[in-house]
Ligand binder design. Structure first.
Ligand code: ADP
Ligand code: ZN
Ligand code: ZN
Length: 731
């Protein structure tokens, strides 16, 4: 009998902890079970990583496990192995990685045992009712229409944003009922899968892609590069049909902004199976319920954002990442894991295929596809037969601008509006003006806690710092000279909207940015109103560029092209290319081709010309060659060491000591310590060290080797520091 157990605990120390196994436990302890242990003065819940009969520490120094919470490992073996692999790759403790992988309720000790599922179902009376009879109650009509497709779990009803009042009213009328049944291991969908709607007839390219994907056995990673509207989702659906037919589950990861009722509905309407929906907005209880649905096998499809990657499946069949280039797949806080990279590793460990889809693939995935590491499928035509967009550049050198908009663009807008179409203007700065300027002394009002200017929010009467949340009423006098001649400098979406409502008083305008969509459901409502044609002019930040199709938009204008192209970040051109292509792809339809206009001071910029004339695919391939020549990711591998402290010297001193421990040669490069692009944030100085290596393995070995020394550096205690592997953002 082993007497000692190694436990992974949710603490920031990069290590596991050894405890004694008391004889009184009465059950064997296996890796992957949760236990409760004393830690300092608290009791923590951790996961058993290993057990052994020997221990190098004196038994008197060891404490005993207080309780065991599971009678079997919590995670299936491949998933458990994934968390161990990820902890090593991202150089954090296993406990920290497990914290990412487990729902909060389980980390607090909730039972993992399958419970029951609650669902809505039509009664006989409801089944006999017609949709027409609910014409006056559209919310109830929506519920009835959904339930005519089959039962809905309470979670699905919520994810589809069905009205609670409508559900209650229908229960009161006895048209629907809320029922409960235990989660079943022999789930009905596995015995008998029925399609709730007929699939579209695939076009040739789609058919070729589906044939290749359904022939895959075991692990293969495939990049599906398909222009916007080429029918990638239809390919996913066809692949799912084959996977579900074999009685296996599918995990679908989507960007944060892409998880809408429309997305869920597309899957629900095709397959009529239980779908577990997982995202950061769930309560702890809902999250655990969804986790159980997936682990028990009751949910045939699991759709979620980044963290859904860690959801266990009883019969894993396939992992699909849609819009794989999206930045929201990389976690920015805490352990900076990338869901795309971990999805590929999970597919490998589970021995199932992984499909990455995008119209604008990341250079990482493109590199892997072109070098033959991934299979590569392409869809080159718009499935609905929509025409290619017309594109043009407006050179704004020497042109007068109104709230950032040139006269040629205003003229073009008028033409499209008069023809009864919608126009979308895209500006990636929210607020009224990105800075507050004193006309007399030239002072720009700067956040007292950051190295950044205050953004003016006219409608709120406030100036706000977008980096730390600091906010004040708009000052009446200059903080520097006392003058009252203060004015906003630069243009944000709020100002753009105000100008447009003066120029086009007859055309209703909607603004979509983080300020106007912070209330839950408000984005959905605004998008629905756009689709109903209630708004003619759409103003938005990059929120508008993702995942939404606007068939009645025939003109798209990009206003801050220069700002997007010129940035310290080496990924800026890639991001701009993705943004431009996504925005352009959202506009128009077969009968109404779209026009995209870019305003720039750099009309002859070669990058821009490349993108416009050869399209994202070619543009990305030439970017990849540039990255190769510049020894940048994805060809070389990067680690960013960040440090922040109240005294700049503390952060600098620590990073200098860190750098001294790192090798420097032809295949290993260390840059810094340097100030971060945002030098001071929330009162702290921020410094960074950029480490690049020609080989992934060497980077890993070097850091594993020196981290114990780094942790014992005296200067390490005088700052907060962190490692960001494969950083996506150098801020
Ligand atoms: P993507 O995900 O590549 O942007 P979608 O799968 O959303 O594209 O498809 C775009 C549009 O084309 C949708 O309205 C879809 O219904 C339609 N579509 C897709 N495949 C076909 C097909 N084979 N035949 C007809 N219409 C199709
Ligand atoms: Zn002044
Ligand atoms: Zn600030």
């Amino acid at each position: 009998m082993p007497q000692f157990a190694e436990i992974a605990l949710p603490v920031p120390m990069r290590q596991n902890f050894t405890y004694k196994i008391p004889a009184s436990l009465g059950q064997p302890l296996v890796a992957g079970m949760r236990v409760k242990v004393p830690f300092g003065r608290q009791q923590l819940i951790g996961l058993v990583v290993a057990t052994s009969e020997h221990c190098t520490l004196a038994p008197t120094q060891l404490k005993s496990i207080s309780a065991v919470l599971d009678n079997a490992p919590l995670l299936p073996e491949p998933l458990y192995k994934l968390t161990l692999w990820a902890a090593r790759y991202y150089l954090c403790s296993q406990g920290q990685m497990l914290t990412q992988a487990l729902p909060v309720a389980l980390r607090k000790g909730a039972s993992a045992a399958p419970e029951s599922i609650q669902y809505y179902q039509l009664t006989d009376k409801g089944a006999a009712a017609t949709l027409d009879s609910l014409k006056r109650a559209p919310a109830q009509q929506k519920v009835l229409r959904q339930l005519q497709h089959g039962e809905l779990s309470t979670e699905e009803a919520q994810a589809l944003e069905l009205s609670k009042t409508a559900l209650k009213a229908l229960i009161a009328k006895e048209w629907i009922e809320l029922k409960q049944r235990p989660l079943q291991a022999d789930c009905r969908w596995r015995q008998h899968l029925t399609l709730a709607e007929q699939p579209l007839k695939l076009n040739k390219q789609q058919a070729v892609a589906v044939a290749a994907l359904t022939a895959q056995q075991g692990f293969t990673c495939t990049l599906l590069e398909g222009v916007t509207g080429s029918g990638k989702t239809e390919v996913y659906l066809a692949l799912l049909e084959s996977v579900l037919q074999q009685g296996k589950q599918a995990l679908i990861l989507v960007p944060e902004i892409g998880l809408t009722p429309q997305t869920i509905n597309r899957f629900k309407h095709r397959f009529n199976v239980t779908i577990a929906v997982i995202h950061s907005g769930l309560t702890d209880k809902q999250r655990l319920d969804a986790w159980r649905l997936a682990r028990s096998g009751e949910a045939a499809i699991i759709i979620g954002t980044r963290s859904a990657l860690f959801t266990p499946m009883a019969w894993p069949g396939v992992i699909i990442l849609d819009e794989e280039h999206d930045a929201s797949f990389k976690q920015q806080e805490g352990v900076g894991y990338h869901a795309r990279d971990l999805a590929v590793m999970r597919g490998h460990l589970e021995n199932i295929p992984v499909l990455l889809g995008s119209a604008t693939p990341s250079l990482e995935s493109l590199h892997n596809a072109l070098s033959g590491r991934y299979a590569h499928l392409q869809l080159g035509e718009r499935a609905g037969g929509a025409l290619k967009v017309r594109q043009g550049i407006i050179d704004i050198r020497n042109l007068p601008l109104r709230a950032g908009v040139s006269q040629p663009l205003l003229n073009e807008m008028r033409l499209h509006l008069q023809a009864g179409n919608q126009v979308l203007l895209f500006l990636n700065r929210r607020g009224f003006a990105p800075a507050l300027l004193c006309h007399e002394c030239g002072y720009l009002h700067e956040c007292d806690r950051c190295d950044a200017f205050f953004t003016v929010h006219q409608s709120l009467g406030e100036i706000r710092c977008h980096h730390c949340g600091n906010q004040y009423p708009i000052p009446l006098q200059c903080h520097h000279c006392g003058s009252t001649l203060l004015q906003g400098q630069g243009v944000g979406t709020e100002q753009l909207q105000a100008m447009l409502s003066e120029v086009f008083p007859d055309y209703p305008i909607v603004r979509i940015d983080r300020d106007t969509t912070s209330r839950k459901g408000s984005l959905e409502q605004q998008l629905a109103a756009i689709h109903r044609g209630e708004y003619k002019i759409l103003v938005g930040t990059q929120m508008l560029a993702k995942g939404h199709h606007f068939p009645d938009v025939t003109l798209v204008g990009l206003l801050d092209v220069d700002g997007a192209l010129f940035s310290a970040d080496f990924r800026a051109p890639e991001r701009f290319g993705q943004l431009y292509t996504q925005v352009a792809g959202r506009a128009g339809r077969a009968s109404k081709p779209g026009t995209v206009l870019l305003q720039t001071h750099q009309s002859d910029n070669p990058l821009l010309q490349d993108l416009l004339h050869r399209g994202y695919g070619e543009f990305a391939r030439s970017q990849l060659i540039e990255r190769q020549q510049a020894l940048l990711p994805p060809v070389w591998h990067m680690m960013l060491v960040r440090a922040e402290a109240h005294q700049a010297a503390d952060a600098d001193g620590f990073l200098a000591a860190f750098a001294a421990l790192l090798p420097q040669d032809d295949t290993f490069e260390v840059i810094g310590p340097l100030p971060a692009p945002l030098d001071r944030k929330a009162g702290k100085f921020r410094r960074q060290l950029l480490v690049q290596s020609a080989g992934r393995r060497r980077l890993q070995q070097v850091f594993e080797q020196i981290l114990p020394q780094v942790e014992s550096l005296p200067s390490a205690k005088r700052c907060r520091w962190s490692l960001d592997r494969d950083p996506q953002d150098l801020l």
